[in-house]
Design a binder for this molecule. Sequence first.
Ligand SMILES: [Zn+2]
Length: 292
Amino acid sequence: MHFAIINDNRVMAQPKLQGLCSCCSKPVIAKCGTRKIWHWAHKRKTDCDNWWEPETEWHRNWKNNYPADWQETSLLDEKTNEKHIADVRTTHNLVIEFQHSHIDPQERISREQFYKNMVWLVDGTRLKRDYPRFLKGKKNYFENTIFYKTDNPKIFQVDLLDWCFPSNWLESSVPVIFDFRGDGTMDDSEGLRITLYCIFPQVGRYARVVEISRTAFINATINGEWTSRVQKFINDYKEQDAFEQQKKQQQTTSHSSNKITYTWRGIPLIGGYREYKRRLWAQNKSTRNGRS
Ligand SMILES: [Zn+2]
């Protein structure tokens, strides 16, 4: 942890200090070595917040984009008496969780249910293949097969989302943002790591992925516009999906032609039968590999 309580103040770790955990109020000691970033740790392994993960530099840097008193806010569920420390909680009650480590889907769901109004910010450099996979998926945008362009150059309709992002994040009920920059030391000749990529909860046939700059994200979460803008965006694409669906139904009932249209998940394929066969093959292959 970054902060501990000493005489009712939130204090950062300094050599030889002792304080109290802001979540469970048990004693914590300052760990000020050279290997890890300075932090507070519990004296004994207690059943404090079992969601807590050791902080990385990446984690700490992200948290420091926000005022100190928004960081490490403990929150209590009064019904279950469960208590957890949110990485950041804004004055507009938005929780931002920075996630470097692997998280299993069940824990992800528990946290989403506990925090409700939240956004995940995920370190996209945890596994070596995460970024190349994303890049490959995004580059298909030029052939318009995975990342489909929309009227807005920063918004994409994405098919085969699991070809671009780690699968354990795809079912999330809240926005998930990927940061591929990591500690900033990786090669980024195309400048693609600078931008954040946000996946929105999928409602219709396409997933929506939006490019967002770091500054825009930080500003919108600080000034409180984030939640309403996300809600509006989701409502808009829900409407759009419903409209498209309706249009498609009308087309299939009112007009019959001799030409067979090959579709994938309801979308007519530009490549026709060949493209259909390719996707079917790829799907079968991934099922065989246990990727469903
Ligand atoms: Zn504690």
